[in-house]
Write a protein that binds this ligand. Structure first.
Ligand SMILES: Cc1cc2nc3c(=O)[nH]c(=O)nc-3n(C[C@H](O)[C@H](O)[C@H](O)COP(=O)(O)OP(=O)(O)OC[C@H]3O[C@@H](n4cnc5c(N)ncnc54)[C@H](O)[C@@H]3O)c2cc1C
Length: 402
């Protein structure tokens, strides 16, 4: 019979929850750790549906959690993959400008790279052509970031899950939390009750709702953005050697349509950042409810009316990318010879667990951790939380659980 009382209960068996579970067991070997996961297996959401890129950390303003954790996380994750003989491909990233106005953002990236300790080299038009013949830069300048690799995210997560089980972490799949009784330190769901010493909420797309049930993070609410990918036809005469990214709008937490050559060798273009109509609205009307539709629609309308941080431009630009011709147009900004016929649809879709701060009316850009009574809540575990997961877990245990 399974026990019903644990020192630590983690909600969510994504990469964030599992690395935290493992870190707790490493620090406090005598303490019991249970992970509760609502799906039948790990990796059904962001951790199994992302681009698999180990980001260098070039994008993030110094002193943010992302800047502090990403570079270190990429190095640790790459080492982990090498140690465990998991697929790892060090392709390097090339960033190109897509508009003449991108010069300021380009220079900001160069400065951030220097402050964040990330190796980059500037490329002129001739060097860009030699390294990546299909790519185009609007201003003639590009940036090469050699420390950027690609992994198989599901293989990494499965390996971390196996390590955690070996260390004595218990996992219950197919269990969803319905009710939280903070005073009695009890979590209840259909047919089960679990007592906890401390809960860590790593519930990704549902983290705001879970936090609210603990009376925490009430000013944050999830605004889901869908990342749709298209695949470059294998017989296309367009070939890319690196990961090719546009210089992004640094006011929003999205990187723009880019190329990712996966471990299998297939090149994907995407992801978009189009609004999703539900938290798990991966296809069609999946997970669309009237209440969520109204909540999301209301938030989007508000954001559109306020027009903060270039939201109107983002909405107009991204909304159209649901449709192939507009998606192809975005992709042509980095690969000008690309035609719609070069792209084939894929089932590869991920949804970002993006939080909106209702008080400031702004999309939250950094990782966010809030604590409550006997609980810690990981909110806004957006990209690059996969890359950063090992040091992020240490940061959470050091700051909130020790
Ligand atoms: C399209 C896309 C591309 C991305 N690309 C990259 C990239 O290239 N590199 C990078 O570093 N990052 C990338 N990211 C971000 C990265 O995938 C996430 O930051 C990371 O996976 C977050 O992990 P998580 O454990 O917080 O969330 P998840 O993987 O979503 O895990 C949360 C888990 O909680 C479970 N859960 C939810 N509610 C409950 C509940 N009430 N009870 C029990 N369980 C619950 C869910 O079923 C889920 O398994 C990308 C994200 C997206 C969407």
């Amino acid at each position: 019979m399974s026990r019903n009382s644990y020192d630590f209960v983690i909600l969510g068996a994504g990469v964030v929850g599992m690395t935290i579970a493992q870190e707790i067991k490493k620090r406090f070997p005598g303490q019991s750790v249970l992970v509760i996961e609502k799906e039948s297996a790990p990796g059904k959401h962001s951790s199994g549906r992302n681009s698999g890129v180990l980001h260098s950390g070039i994008y993030y303003p110094p002193n943010t959690l992302k800047a502090r954790l990403c570079n270190q996380g990429a190095a640790e994750m790459a080492r982990y993959c090498r140690d465990r003989k998991l697929p790892l491909s060090n392709l390097g990233k090339i960033l190109v400008t897509t508009r003449s106005e991108d010069t300021t953002q380009f220079e900001t990236l160069v400065q951030r790279a220097a402050v964040n300790g990330i190796e980059v080299s500037r490329l002129d038009e001739k060097q860009l052509k030699a390294m990546e013949p299909e790519a185009r830069s609007a201003t003639g300048e590009a940036l090469f970031v050699p420390q950027t690799s690609v992994v198989d995210p599901l293989a990494v997560l499965s390996s971390i899950v196996a390590d955690a089980l070996d260390a004595g972490v218990e996992i219950r799949y197919g269990h969803s939390i319905g009710e939280v009784d903070v005073a009695r330190k009890e979590l209840r769901g259909p047919g089960f009750t679990v007592k906890f010493g401390h809960v860590v909420n790593a519930a990704g797309l549902h983290a705001d709702k879970v936090a609210h049930s603990f009376g925490v993070g009430k000013c944050y609410t999830l605004l889901p953005f869908k990342g749709i990918y298209w695949k470059l036809r294998q017989d296309s005469d367009i070939k890319v050697r690196h990961l090719v990214y546009p210089v992004p709008d640094l006011r929003v937490p999205f990187l723009g349509v880019h190329t990712t050559t996966s471990i299998s060798g297939d090149t994907y273009l995407g992801p978009t950042a189009v609004p999703a109509f539900g938290r798990e609205n991966y296809a069609g009307l999946q997970d669309v409810t009237a209440a969520e539709l109204m909540r999301i629609g209301g938030l989007l309308t508000q954001q559109f009316l306020y027009g903060r941080d270039g939201f109107r431009r983002l909405a107009w630009q991204e909304g159209r990318r649901y449709f192939k011709p507009w998606f192809a147009q975005a992709a042509r900004a980095i690969l000008p010879r690309l035609r719609p016929a070069d792209l084939i649809p894929t089932g590869k879709v991920g949804i970002r667990a993006q939080m909106l701060d209702r008080v400031s009316g702004r999309l939250v850009n950094d990782f966010l951790v809030e604590s409550g009574e006997a609980s810690t809540h990981v909110l806004n575990a957006i990209s690059p939380a996969f890359t950063s997961s090992f040091p992020f877990a240490r940061f959470i245990v050091d700051t909130y659980l020790s």
